[in-house]
Design a protein around this ligand. Structure first.
Ligand SMILES: [Zn+2]
Length: 109
């Protein structure tokens, strides 16, 4: 298991841009080859979108906001049991790797 963070996890931003530090959100995408994740509401960027063709219609969405990727080392998993950002350990249970909270030792998966 290379990554201890996966899509759908709650994470807290622990470093990086000051306006994002301390923010919590759900991981909406993992960029495996780039060691980055996109987190809901974090590192918001605006993109000017020109006209796009969709199903034969032309749409002009204007400015769209999207979550830019943040480096995986800048976020910490929030334990669902104790609610704190935590380091993640891995144990084997029935031969399968499971993530555990290093604070409260609850199994996260
Ligand atoms: Zn915990």
């Amino acid at each position: 298991m290379k990554y201890k963070i996966k899509k759908g996890d709650q994470v807290e931003v622990i470093s990086g841009r000051s306006e994002d530090k301390g923010k919590r959100g759900e991981v909406i995408k993992v960029y495996r080859d780039k060691d980055r994740v996109a987190v809901q509401g974090v590192n918001l960027r605006k993109k000017h979108q020109g006209q796009i063709q969709t199903q034969g219609r032309t749409m002009t969405p204007g400015i769209i906001e999207f979550e830019g990727p943040v480096h995986i080392s800048n976020v910490m998993l929030v334990c669902s049991a104790c609610g704190e950002p935590t380091r993640v350990g891995v144990i084997r249970e029935d031969g399968k790797p499971k993530r555990v909270c290093k604070r409260c030792e609850a199994v996260i998966d």
